[in-house]
Design a protein around this ligand. Structure first.
Ligand SMILES: *[C@@H]1O[C@H](CO)[C@@H](O)[C@H](O)[C@H]1NC(C)=O
Ligand SMILES: *[C@@H]1O[C@H](CO)[C@@H](O)[C@H](O)[C@H]1NC(C)=O
Length: 332
């Protein structure tokens, strides 16, 4: 581990720029003496809320609300800013790579290029759509999301500003994610891993490859685009039953990982004042983003802190979740 997880910042760290009372930081105001990781998450939230407050888009959408605002991945900007300010992640921020599992049309990689600037991107996909294990849950069937082999086209589009050529690994993960890949491709530790592969089997293969290859470090960010799809599809509060979430908990157990929730709905912000959806918070939106706090501990922690009651409330009010639930009803 490159640095002590318990290291705290001087009091200045907590003097967030004051915004209007009751807005943004109120419910998240942290007490000095919180852990390094809690403080980093608070700092990221503070950045995000500053963007909420000042972005023209949020005014259009009736700031500070905007849970239907820009893609949840744009919140990575706030998380990265908080990491930069902490002064602890120079190597990861400087040389770390961004890994995207589930490329499809490349839309997300385009967005990640904008978020991460010159950082090296590596994308993994079969380019033949979902594997045969897709069983129709959430409408996922074999061959869905088949974009064809668009690697050359995407590499051209994505390379204009990159520090290194954007690279792709083609194939189903059971054969493409070999133990030699790290050396062959000179892969660097992950600054960010984007899991967008829908299925449990693909998620566990992707995560296991990253951890087994030593490409995950303290500070690495991991997000899940389909965290909520299956719980919403089944209107269920059993979040860890299937899909990307099941892979997350299994990987936490297998490698003794402690995660912290830094963005998105892996933490529920209490209703008052302003409410979860009535106020800008980095914990609004769709995809949760976790940060690796520790690896190899006997006390693994998924970082997901929502209670069943929180989950019910969230599911009943999140727009995408409600749509998902309706789609499942229309199917049955
Ligand atoms: C790998 O997974 C694909 C897709 O599920 C499957 O068709 C193939 O048979 C598997 N190959 C091996 C070697 O297990
Ligand atoms: C989802 O489940 C909750 C109870 O857990 C229930 O109150 C709600 O009506 C359900 N939603 C739909 C659309 O069935």
């Amino acid at each position: 581990m490159a640095f002590a997880a318990k290291r705290c910042f001087p009091a200045l760290f907590f003097l967030f720029r004051a915004t209007s009372p009751g807005f943004c930081t109120a419910a998240l105001a942290g007490a000095p003496g919180g852990s390094f990781w809690e403080n980093l998450a608070l700092r990221a939230n503070s950045h995000h809320c500053e963007l909420c407050r000042t972005s023209p888009q949020s005014a259009e959408k009736g700031a500070p609300h905007y849970h239907q605002g820009p893609s949840w991945r744009l919140k990575l900007r706030s998380v990265i800013a908080a990491m930069q300010e902490s002064g602890n992640f120079a190597e990861l921020l400087g040389q770390g790579h961004v890994y995207q599992f589930g490329v499809f049309s490349g839309w997300t990689m385009g967005l990640l290029r904008r978020v991460f600037g010159r950082t090296c991107l590596v994308g993994f996909d079969s380019f033949e759509g979902l594997p045969e294990e897709a069983d129709g849950t959430a409408g996922w069937t074999p061959g869905l999301f088949n974009s064809g082999d668009i690697r050359d086209m995407l590499a051209d589009q994505l390379d204009s500003v990159g520090r290194c050529k954007t690279r792709f690994v083609k194939g189903f993960f059971n054969t493409s994610l070999t133990i030699g890949l790290k050396d062959e491709m000179k892969l660097q530790p992950a600054l960010y891993i984007d899991i967008d592969v829908d299925l449990y089997i693909s998620s566990i293969q992707a995560l296991d490859f990253m951890f087994a290859s030593g490409l995950v470090q303290v500070g690495t960010l991991i997000s899940y685009d389909d965290w909520w799809v299956i719980p919403c599809w089944h209107n269920s509060t059993n979040v860890f039953d299937d899909g990307e979430t099941q892979a997350h908990v299994e990987i936490a157990r297998k490698y003794g990982v402690r995660f912290n929730c830094v963005s998105g709905p892996c933490k529920y912000i209490s209703e008052a004042p302003g409410g979860f959806f009535g106020r800008c918070t980095i914990h609004n939106g769709w995809g949760p983003i976790f940060q690796v706090v520790e690896i190899g501990t006997d006390h693994f922690d998924t970082g997901f802190t929502m209670s069943p009651a929180d989950i019910s409330r969230w599911e009943a009010r999140n727009y995408e979740c409600i749509e998902m639930e309706q789609a499942s009803k229309n199917k049955s």
